[in-house]
Design a protein around this ligand. Structure first.
Ligand code: NAP
Length: 290
């Protein structure tokens, strides 16, 4: 049995406060984007503490279960970092200074073409084939239901609409599939990267909704890029690319995206849910075939 020594009770607040401060300080430098890796790591810590508790309580079950949890959580964290083409230490300590490093490249001054919801709606309505590429921003904005409305509005006009799903779009495996399924988008319209890339040159409009890294052509062309070699959705090969995002800020990898400066790219600046909602309103107010 554990016994509490009253003379040591004064240590109790310190034992609560010091780990609390340590926990907050450890999490602060980690970019919000790395949250799945961090959750998995914290899960691993919980396993280790359960194992330690097992030693204190002399419980073999707790030791074995805690050790399993601790080890598997750690292995999963390391594997997730590898899948994102980043080192584990970079995930844990890499967020500080990341923005400055990108700013130092000085690419913000390059001009981009932007468009309004009315213009975007007109381009979409005139298209025959549209590929929608969702990413983390669609999840943040919870725009999937508006995306469904857009899908309905366009298919009603006879536009062929499919979705290009990148395996690491979002922040967890299957993130986009789950959200689009929640919005009742037909599953056969969700195409994986290889299926969709072959058709990209025949695609009138690639509509990127809150995705960034998974569409970055630097992964194909720039050997110095941290995402070089990562397979991407070749949206730049579509006739017109439209990108919904709030700013020119980078995505998870913290790097600039040359896609935004191409002549065939239109930036649609705004929150994904609001912007898609406005496009849908435009299409509804202007219904009819093309
Ligand atoms: P991303 O590269 O992180 O880009 C997401 C974009 O969404 C941002 O550029 C952001 O731009 C925009 N955004 C954020 N909130 C928005 C809103 N409310 N409305 C509109 N846009 C919004 O995302 P991704 O292209 O999906 O790529 C996923 C990245 O996460 C990859 O680098 C992948 O390696 C990594 N990752 C994936 C997993 C996984 O298992 N899927 C796990 C961990 C990490 P603004 O700020 O300008 O709006």
């Amino acid at each position: 049995m554990l016994t509490l020594h009253p003379e040591r009770m004064y240590l109790f607040p310190a034992m609560i406060i010091i780990p609390l401060i340590f926990g907050v300080l450890m999490i602060i430098p980690i970019g919000g984007a790395d949250m799945p890796t961090v959750i998995s790591l914290l899960n691993s810590y919980a396993g280790l503490s359960a194992a330690a508790m097992g030693f204190v309580l002399d419980s073999k079950l707790l030791i074995v279960a805690g050790a399993l949890d601790g080890a598997s959580g750690f292995i999963l964290s390391v594997n997730m970092s590898k899948a994102m083409n980043r080192s584990f230490t970079n995930v844990l300590f890499g967020a500080f200074g990341q923005e400055q490093a990108t700013a130092a490249t000085g690419q913000e001054a390059r001009p981009v073409h932007s468009a309004t919801p009315e213009e975007a709606a007109a381009i979409l309505a005139a298209a025959n084939k549209v590929v929608i590429v969702p990413g983390y921003g669609m999840a943040v904005a919870q725009a999937q239901h508006k995306v469904r409305e857009l899908y309905d509005a366009l298919t009603k006009r006879g536009v062929d609409v499919t979705f290009g799903i990148h395996p690491v779009a979002g922040r967890m495996p299957g993130h986009m599939n789950v959200l689009l399924a929640e919005a009742d988008i037909p599953y056969d319209k969700l195409l994986d990267m290889d299926q969709v890339n072959g058709d990209m040159p025949q695609t009138d409009v690639a509509l990127v909704i809150g995705a960034n890294d998974v569409t970055n052509p630097a992964a194909r062309t720039d050997a110095s890029s941290p995402i070089y070699g990562m397979p991407i959705l070749d949206v730049d090969k579509a006739h017109t690319v439209m990108v919904i995002k709030r700013s020119m800020n980078p995505g998870f990898a913290g790097i600039d995206n040359p896609l935004y400066y191409l002549d065939n790219t239109l930036m649609l600046f705004g929150d994904a849910k609001a912007f898609v909602g406005n496009i849908v309103k435009e299409l509804a107010g202007n219904s009819g075939g093309h």
